[in-house]
Write a protein that binds this ligand. Sequence first.
Ligand SMILES: Nc1ncnc2c1ncn2[C@@H]1O[C@H](COP(=O)(O)OP(=O)(O)OP(=O)(O)O)[C@@H](O)[C@H]1O
Length: 563
Amino acid sequence: MAKVFSMRGSQEGDIEIPRLKEEENSSFIEVYQENTPNTDKGHDERMKIQLCWDNVSYVIENKGDETQILKSVSGKANPGELLVLMGSSGAGKTTLLNILAGRLKSSSNTKISGQITANGTNIKDLDFGYYSAYVTQEDILLPNLTPRESLMFSSRLRMPGHYKDHVDRVNGIINDLRLAKCADNIVGSLTKKGLSGGERKRVCIGMELITDPIVLILDEPTSGLDSFTAEVVIDLLIEQARKGRTVMSTIHQPSTSMFDKFDKLILLAEGHLVYQGRASESTKYFAKIGYDCPKLMNPADYYMRLLHVVDRKHPTEEEHEKIENVVSAYNSIEQDEGDYDKSKLEPLQTKKLTSPTNFAEQFIILLERSWINARRDPLAGQLLFTEYIMIAVLLDLICNNLAKNYDSSTTRTQLLFMSTATVSFYSCQNAAMQFPNETPLFLKESKQRIYSTISYYMAKSIADIPMQLLPLLIYCLIIYWAIPFNDYDASKFFIFYFILVILQIGQIGVGYILGCMVKTDTVALAIVPIFLQPMLLWSGLFPHVNDYPESFSWVQYFSVRII
Ligand SMILES: Nc1ncnc2c1ncn2[C@@H]1O[C@H](COP(=O)(O)OP(=O)(O)OP(=O)(O)O)[C@@H](O)[C@H]1O
């Protein structure tokens, strides 16, 4: 068994923190590879990646104050192993994962230093997203699709091949992740009952396995799950690792039996690395440096307590001393190259992360996805129908005796204003509510360069149009024939309807812009009037528009003019 760390100057001799035996590891990998269908997107099936990072630091500057979040952290993640990152809240686990995945870059107020290599190639020189996948802590899924549909759309958008290849790939993932029982149930959301937390997390992992990534990185995949479900997720990650993938994950509060399953463990404390090695050897190491985990205690709980600092800006003397001790103990150990046979690692080629589909294919797949998602969410459509019918009936009731003469012209103008205001508000609000819930998915997919923004926008708008046009047609049918706007003739009716359709499409565009600017549909609803109300002031209802201050005159060009 290879020795990895040895304590320099330790009186009782070297501490061995052994790694998995290479022979054990490769036999596992071979068995799994034999049983696994080749769902490859072009990666060599035997390609493996060792991810190494050397002296990685992350500094944030805020109003002249510098905070160092990661402090010269070095380590490696080997193929075929599950590496778990643990540490107290705020220790820097997510930050490290994001840097390793290439998701976090230096900016005007943040600085990343150090080197990260994959099989010896600096990841800056690679499109690392081609080789890796990242499962975020939040579940990013469309609530109205089933797991099978979500995986199918993801496969069709991200992988080349015929429909049958996608079906086979998705079936393989459903089997691997034991999703067969819930594969055809709706995913659901916070407000709509659907899959359980564990099932949803497995679907999210499946969405990333679609591209058969060589490196799989996960941020807290077990958060919010009960210990049994969390263990199922860990078992799946170990299976994925045994297929030869390099799997890294942060885990909060693992149970003892989960902890025993981790291959490798990295412990972070206040941005410092305080342990790296086999999880099963960690208690021995900490006992050696003076922190003996009680026999019946979960080692994970023990480390969390040991490394916890209540107020990171003002640690107590005891906390400070404790962290200093573990950090200096770790820094005093000699690090060895590890036991992974590097001769198996091929240098990586610079491959570009590109979409396998062209614009038309993207548009068709996205249109289908948006249409299913919109069709299964009847609430928005029902709300729009109810709003339009209610206002049309009320207008009819109060104006049913209106004559078509000069005296009624002001009232008829006001009714036109009412119609434009109604269409503007309802269309804009409805459209604004569509985006916030989908923004995380869109941002994730566009970062992965799965499709172009224009194909997404066109598919989404076209899928939403029938839901908007139909209630408007009913509104027009109710009011046009009851109120004497013009001659009662079909062509005039269609002109009336057509003008309101154009207005509606414009307001849907405004709604999309507003929806993209905010994070929740509640905020989207709240900001719509802030933008629309000033526009209505210049709609012509108030005849003295030219008396308005000159500095506001530009608003008229964004307003709906009815006269
Ligand atoms: N952009 C940023 N601006 C300011 N502080 C930041 C930023 N990014 C991270 N931090 C801080 O860095 C520290 C580490 O954050 P990180 O999310 O990596 O912690 P963590 O170990 O994953 O914690 P948790 O387990 O609670 O998710 C935290 O104190 C966080 O507030």
